[in-house]
Design a protein around this ligand. Structure first.
Ligand SMILES: [Zn+2]
Ligand SMILES: [Zn+2]
Length: 175
């Protein structure tokens, strides 16, 4: 019964006149049932979207597995190159900021007058340097960004350490 009907429909559609008739009637039906059609279409798209997504996921997975080593190597190379570049950049830029700060706060040790730049550092006059450093990370960058606020001075490492250790640098005690 079923096969007969199938056969009949096939023959029926094969006739161009019938085909045209069928097209017109289904077009008419679609025009009358626009909501039904768009709902059906939406459903079909949703159903198949998942299918394609799945398909592409599988495809990418396979592709990635095949090219994994190549890409991991590329990523490693890129990271290494950029790490070196970033390091150079930070060093240069960090030095620039450090010099800027030291220059702004007098360019010499406020205690003993040391001018050798490599001996100099920024000192928090009222202490709290460690806490501040923890909070802002890069103190030199912070000073530049905040337009060199008050409360900071330049000290050489000697005087800085002595101040931290004894509360006051021996240079000042002996004055
Ligand atoms: Zn000093
Ligand atoms: Zn000193």
């Amino acid at each position: 019964m079923k096969t007969n009907r199938k056969k009949y429909m096939k023959q029926y559609r094969a006739n161009p006149v019938n085909k045209e008739k069928h097209n017109i009637s289904s077009k008419k039906w679609a025009a009358k049932n626009i909501e039904k059609v768009s709902l059906y279409r939406k459903k079909w798209q949703e159903k198949n979207k998942g299918k394609y997504k799945e398909y592409y996921r599988e495809y990418h997975k396979e592709w990635y597995q095949k090219n994994k080593e190549h890409y991991q190597e590329k990523a490693r190379e890129y990271a290494k190159e950029n790490r070196e570049k970033m390091y150079e950049y930070r060093k240069k830029y960090g030095q620039d900021r450090r010099l800027k700060c030291i220059e702004h706060y007098g360019g010499k040790c406020a205690c003993c007058g040391e001018t050798e730049i490599d001996f100099l550092a920024i000192d928090h006059i009222n202490g709290g340097g460690n806490e501040h450093r923890r909070k802002v990370g890069d103190v030199h960058g912070w000073l530049v960004k905040n337009n060199f606020p008050e409360g900071f001075q330049v000290l050489c490492h000697n005087c800085n350490l002595a101040k931290a250790f004894y509360g006051v640098c021996p240079h000042q005690r002996n004055k």
